[in-house]
Every structure is written in C-alpha cells, then in structure tokens.
Write a protein that binds this ligand. Structure first.
Ligand code: RTP
Ligand code: MG
Length: 138
C-alpha cells in the first residue's frame, strides 16, 4: 500500500513572514515526507477551483483575494494518516483559538480582518487531497 498524500499550502502570510522554513521543518519533524514542492502566485481560476466548497460564503471573495496577494508554497506530502495528522499540526482555523503547539496556535496572528490569515492549508479528506493535488501539481 502506498502512503497517503495531502496538499499543504504555505499561504501568502506565511511566505511573506518568512515562516516557510519553520513550517516545512514541522512537517518533516513529524515524520512526513515532502515529495514535491513549488512556489507559485496562484491565478484566480486556480483559487476558485481550489475553494469551490466555499463559493457564495461571505469570506469567499476576500479569501481568493488574499490567496492571490503573493506567492504560496505548495507541498505534496505523504505519510501514514498525513491528512488528519497535518490538520492536527496546523490547529484550528482561527489563530486565536488554535491550541499552542500547533502552527496556527504558535505562529498565527489575528489581524482582525474579514478573512482568517492562518498561514497554512491542508486537505481535509482523501477526496479533497486527490482533487487539490491535481490542481496544484497539474
Ligand atoms: P484550510 O482549508 O485553509 O486548511 O483551513 P480550514 O479547513 O481550517 O478552514 P475552511 O473552513 O476550509 O476555510 C478555508 C479558509 O478560509 C478562511 N476563512 N476565513 N470568516 C472567516 O474569517 C474565515 N472563515 C474561513 C481561512 O483562511 C480558512 O483557512
Ligand atoms: Mg478547509
């Protein structure tokens, strides 16, 4: 059986704050394998497809705008239960509520903006992982 894979994004706030190395370090320290990695400033088309589940929500437009505001680092990572495991490493969506010890809890800032700038994205199911990996690593 080949190891489970997930898509991780270091979002524009993480790249801009110079936290890419720290975030990759945590992924590797946990024992996950980085199989591929690219830096890209995402197009609106890519982001709309990536966030299709959120279309129509009040934070959708600000989210797409934020995600297009600068380069992101897309990571193809693998490991046993990496989807669940990376989401545990990332912590809760809201950086203020995220537990200390997590990426968002330790490093995330609450800027009081319309959309949570929370440093990272991780796929939330095997289906999303497959779909998202094919978008970002076409
Ligand atoms: P992600 O998809 O980025 O891994 O994060 P998540 O599962 O924890 O959060 P999700 O509900 O999928 O939302 C996607 C991203 O949209 C932004 N968001 N802002 N009202 C808000 O302030 C709000 N709600 C969602 C965040 O950037 C979140 O990660
Ligand atoms: Mg999500």
């Amino acid at each position: 059986m080949s190891a489970e894979e997930t898509l991780i994004l270091v979002k524009p706030d993480g790249v801009a704050r110079g936290l890419t190395g720290e975030i990759l370090r945590r992924i590797e320290a946990k024992g996950y394998t980085i199989n591929d990695l690219r830096m890209v400033t995402a197009s609106r088309e890519l982001l709309v497809a990536h966030y299709e589940e959120h279309e129509g929500k009040p934070f959708f437009e600000p989210l797409v705008e934020f995600m297009a505001s600068g380069p992101v680092v897309a990571v193809r990572a693998s490991g046993n239960r990496v989807i669940e495991g990376f989401r545990a490493l990332a912590g809760a969506t809201d950086p203020t509520a995220a537990a200390p010890g997590t990426i968002r809890g330790d490093l995330g800032r609450d800027w009081g903006l319309a959309v949570q700038q929370n440093l990272v994205h991780g796929s939330d199911s095997t289906l999303s992982a497959e779909r998202e990996l094919s978008l970002w690593f076409a």
